[in-house]
Design a protein around this ligand. Structure first.
Ligand code: TRP
Length: 452
């Protein structure tokens, strides 16, 4: 007789949709272009790609293995696989990271909702870059509107998480993610056809290593982890919902490919247009919100595309925020024995409370700084560069040195055999290469160049 099943994904496609939905989000479309823009372009992109391949995929696979093997949440999984040890602290760090990430992520998610309405109200028409920038600043530095949208967005996230993983997530991502990809490609074509676009392509693809510092290497690693949703247990949690007949390595490679494709295309969408308009690539967090409206203005059907784009961007953000909230909810539900409703309410409301501080740090709390950073900047910086970097480090150390080679290999061989040579290489990377590389980058950036 079959045992009662945990709530889980219905099959291969469901997992892929959910994990890709988690990975693809504001990290690709909002964060990647502006961080790349601030860190010199091409050389940064190369380092980023290296980290996706050498660190990202092995860590993602490790998370899937830990989750599916333990059938448990981000914290419970370590308790179950290594009882009586302190490894669950990795899970605790992940839960804290979920609060940190979602607090500032929900700020930007709220902005995407505002921009749907601005697009629909033809709010971008006839404005030059400077005016678009002034309006962005005016909106984000307000109090009521950005907080209002943030709360709406968190409520949407909570509703989907309440519905449960499988029903909530699979349904939407199937259609909307491919639609987003097509729209991005259309916008890329427009951006590339603007006069002067070539300089932007060169910026993105021709590396200039003089612009790289220890800090920017850390930022590339942090961005790779952030974009793939690794290092905090989101994919441990999703891994626990993956059925035994789903191949984990194949899924990890596919998710990383889709995620990287969308990040690079977002760069192709932004930089050519930006250079064509003679603007600086170091525009910071407002970059896409100012550049994209400008591109839409010069596009046939721009009105329609702008509305569709911001709707799809909100959905991409939503499929990411649910994966972060699910980490907290799965933990509270399984470890603290709360109902899904109670866990979602407590998790959602407390994260929103911190999130409001992030949102207000563009306006009323602008001058309130910690380590010279506003609350938003601090959360944004710490999430990727501290929590996810160290999270990824500890996860590979755990997988490589504690979980054991045979456990790891048995798990990745469920649902399809992995070639023994590939399995050996993966184990080698997880045991030696990844911990040394991540450790060296973190130590170099923090201790040689100073913490932030
Ligand atoms: N990867 C998402 C993005 O790029 C953000 C995200 C969702 C995330 N879940 C995560 C980041 C878990 C780190 C960990 O937008």
């Amino acid at each position: 007789m079959a045992l009662p099943q945990r709530d889980g994904f219905s099959g291969r496609f469901g997992v892929l949709a959910a994990a890709a939905g988690s990975a693809v989000g504001l990290g690709n479309i909002w964060r990647f272009p502006y961080i790349t823009g601030e860190n010199g372009g091409g050389a940064f992109l190369l380092i980023y790609l290296f980290f996706i391949l050498a660190i990202g995929i092995p860590v993602m696979l490790s998370e899937f293995v830990i989750g599916r093997r333990s059938q448990s949440n981000a914290l419970g999984s370590f308790k179950k696989l290594s009882p009586g040890s302190s490894w669950w602290l990795i899970g605790l760090m992940g839960i804290i990271a979920a609060f940190v990430i979602l607090s500032f992520y929900s700020t930007v998610s709220g902005w995407t909702l505002e921009y749907i309405f601005q697009a629909a109200a033809s709010g971008f028409d006839g404005k030059n870059m400077e005016q678009l920038n002034t309006e962005f600043v005016a909106f984000t530095s307000g109090s009521f509107r950005p907080v209002f949208w943030q709360i709406i967005f968190m409520a949407l996230t909570a509703v989907v998480v309440l519905a449960g993983v499988q029903k909530g997530i699979e349904k939407y991502t199937k259609i909307l993610m491919p639609a987003l990809l097509i729209l991005i490609i259309i916008i890329c074509i427009r951006s590339l056809s603007l006069p002067g676009a070539k300089a932007g392509l060169e910026f993105l693809f021709v590396p200039d290593f003089d612009k790289i510092t220890g800090q920017s290497i850390l930022l590339a690693l942090g961005q790779a982890a952030f974009s793939l949703s690794i290092g905090m247990g989101a994919l441990i949690t999703y891994g626990s919902y993956i059925r035994k007949d789903t191949p984990l390595l194949g899924t990890a490679v596919q998710v990383a490919t889709v995620d990287t494709l969308i990040a690079v295309l977002s760069g192709v969408m932004i930089f050519p247009a930006l250079f064509a308009m003679g603007e600086s690539p170091a525009g910071g967090p407002g970059l896409v919100f100012v550049t994209l409206p400008k591109i839409f203005q010069s596009m046939p059907g721009g009105y329609f595309f702008s509305i569709a784009f911001f709707i799809l961007l909100s959905v991409a953000a939503l499929t990411s925020t649910i994966s972060v909230l699910e980490v907290v909810v799965a933990y509270m539900k399984e470890e603290l024995k709360m109902s899904r409703l109670k866990a979602t309410l407590i998790g959602g409301i407390s994260i929103t409370a911190i999130g409001v501080l992030c949102t207000l740090s563009f306006g009323p709390l602008k001058d309130f700084t910690i380590f010279g950073k506003t609350v938003f900047d601090l959360m944004n910086y710490m999430s990727a560069n501290i929590f996810l970097t160290f999270g990824a480090l500890f996860i590979v150390i755990y997988t490589g040195w504690k979980l054991g080679k045979s456990n790891f290999i048995n798990e990745i061989n469920e649902g399809g055999k992995v070639h023994p040579l590939i399995a050996t290489i993966l184990v080698f990377i997880i045991k030696f290469i990844a911990p040394i590389a991540v450790g060296a980058v973190a130590i170099g950036a923090f201790f040689i160049e100073g913490l932030m």
